[in-house]
Ligand binder design. Sequence first.
Ligand SMILES: Cc1ncc(COP(=O)(O)O)c(C=O)c1O
Length: 347
Amino acid sequence: MRFLRNRFSGLKPYHSAYLTEGTILNSNESPYGAPQELMNYMKENVGQLLVNRYPDTDSTKLIEAISKAYDVKCENVSCGVGSDELIDCILASVLDEDDKVLIPHPSFSMYSEFTLLNSGLGIKVPLKEDFTYDVEAMKAVVEKEQPKVVFICNPNNPTGCVMAQEDIEAILKLSNGLVIVDEAYEDFASESISVIPLIHQYDNLIVLRTFSKAYALAGARVGYAIAGKELIDLIDAVKPPYNLNLFSQMVATWAIEHKEVFRANAKKIISQRAYVVESLKSLGFKTYSSEANFIWVELPDGYFEALRERKIYIRQMAVENKNYYRITIGSPEENEILLTALKELSV
Ligand SMILES: Cc1ncc(COP(=O)(O)O)c(C=O)c1O
């Protein structure tokens, strides 16, 4: 591309098919639509939104609701257009040219993408063969390279593995840079693994969360960061003004004030995850342990295409030239459609 900066050569536009029909198990979204109470609330309130005015640039009501939900101060919270925007803002505010960023591999693709866009140098640390975190290798890189930023995706997208709190703390202690713990899927862990309470203890910790997964609001694009005030100020310094639109602020505020509604759905997904894993195992497929709303699976060649022909969409990802598959846990009906198709393909 003619005008592209040299260091961006190889950068491609991000495309993702906009799927609205079929069995959609490729993007880790919630299979449950917005709850009826939220639909009613939207209908009653949408008419009062002052669309001729800019929204509250500080997302005050939403931040108050989030700080109440997690028992932190408002000064410890910043909201973004999805946690994607916050990842970008954090890197934009701290990276100088060629600063190092530790990124586990495989992990969420936007860590590398935003590192590149913000002129940093990603250092990939592979997961172990069983797709769990290689904590010792990560610690060694932190000690040797002292990256400006360390990403820990917990649970990890796309593999579902988790890092124990004591290991996260060991990395926080070793690191002179920032440690970002991305908890996009934390609501699906069998028991709470959130490190939000540690923000008071570690001034280099930023926790990221999103409304796109357990809160079924991927379309509203809202994420938030929880950290010490100094780090929140750093994010807010580079964040575009009026980033969160009126509608998104409204629905996300309702959602966090009604956490219990979404908790019930997350519990259903956790129990469906166990069922899908057991069913896949009994069909002879290799699966990896997951604490997220998706599972990491090995499938024979051709299955991905055969599922797609049946309008069943999962995600194919290559690691070291070998294909693996990430399957989102859907509603019980969707999971049955997937399992029936896999059963038919295996005979
Ligand atoms: C680990 C992880 N972090 C962040 C995000 C981005 O979420 P958001 O929709 O809040 O931008 C995703 C989305 O898939 C993700 O998997």
